[in-house]
Design a protein around this ligand. Structure first.
Ligand code: THG
Ligand code: KPL
Ligand code: MG
Length: 275
């Protein structure tokens, strides 16, 4: 008998995400591993394999040391665990900034080795040429403007954007550059509400906010933040769960049981085979 193939569930595509501009808000979260991706998938339009994994999963102080190999490994896991959401993989620091050719080669490797359908690049004003080069060659790109975490060393930290006039103009330029170059969506991070609203009105791509108000066409959060798994959190995080204390309670209960020889109990022990 031939193997019955599972009914394939078609994933959302970059054009479908783009068509949501001004429509139902896009629901996005980060994902780094297969089982978590499986839990998020039915509820999300986009799963982002964010380079925040360096901080959230690997304990790094910022996203600068994250490598392409790390992104690919976690991207593969998220693809295995999900079936419906559009999976986007962050291009890590130093993998795309040097030239459009460097960006294409590394982004193509990410898509080839993970099966994800798109990459995200943090988008300085210079990024237009790179985004156009990739999109024209068949590689969907999501932009990321405002607070750009990969600029943390130059900025001296993670600084909200758009409170001063020159800064507002620069963030707007970043957004327009990525939009005009063909980005299918645009993350806006850490900007004042009125600026997020102005960008959202001005660009043709849907905007996905994180610390950028409800004026955006969608929202994203780092999953571990909203689950209460990560200690240090910016102002824009809302906790929808408290997995940290649940984990602490469970681990303490286990440790107490082992010390009291209450675990393993009869249910967890193998007996002799009955013939
Ligand atoms: N886990 C986690 N890690 C992350 C992100 C996240 O989302 N969550 N996103 C990226 C980092 N982004 C930020 C954005 C803001 C801050 C921050 O600390 N902001 C201060 C100060 C902002 C200001 O006033 O200038 C605040 O109070 O909101 C920290 C990391 C990458 N790593
Ligand atoms: C979600 C977002 C936009 C936060 O910086 C991101 O890029 C990441 O998680 O790496
Ligand atoms: Mg990122």
């Amino acid at each position: 008998m031939s193997a019955q193939s599972e009914t394939p569930v078609k994933r959302l595509t970059p054009p479908e995400i783009r068509a949501r501009k001004g429509g139902d808000p896009l629901v996005c979260l980060t994902a780094y591993d297969a089982p978590t991706a499986g839990l998020l998938d039915p509820h999300c339009d986009v799963l982002l394999v964010g380079d925040s994994l360096g901080m959230v999963v690997h304990g790094l102080p910022n996203t600068i040391p994250v490598t392409l190999e790390m992104m690919i490994l976690h991207g593969q896991a998220v693809m295995r665990g999900s079936k419906r959401a559009l999976v986007v993989v962050d291009m890590p620091f130093s993998s795309y900034e040097r030239s459009k050719e460097q960006a294409f080669d590394n982004a193509a490797r990410v898509l080839r080795e993970t099966g994800a359908q798109a990459v995200k690049v943090e988008s300085g004003v210079y990024i237009g040429e790179t985004v156009r080069f990739l999109v024209e060659r068949g590689l969907p790109v999501m932009g990321h403007v405002g607070l750009r975490p990969q600029a943390a060393l130059v900025e001296g930290g993670f600084k909200a954007k758009g409170r001063k006039a020159d800064e507002r103009a620069r963030v707007l330029d970043e957004a327009v550059a990525a939009d005009e170059a063909g980005a299918f969506a645009l993350v806006i991070e850490g900007v004042a509400e009125d600026l997020a609203a102005e960008i959202t009105e001005k660009v043709s791509a849907p905007t996905i906010g994180i610390g950028a108000s409800a004026a955006c066409d969608g929202q994203i959060l780092v999953t571990n933040d909203m689950l209460g798994q990560f200690d240090w959190t910016p102002r824009f995080v809302k906790r929808y769960g408290d997995l940290k204390s649940l984990t602490e309670q469970a681990v303490k209960a286990y440790a107490d049981d082992v010390r009291a020889r209450a675990f393993p109990g009869p249910d967890q022990v193998y007996g002799a085979k009955k013939s």
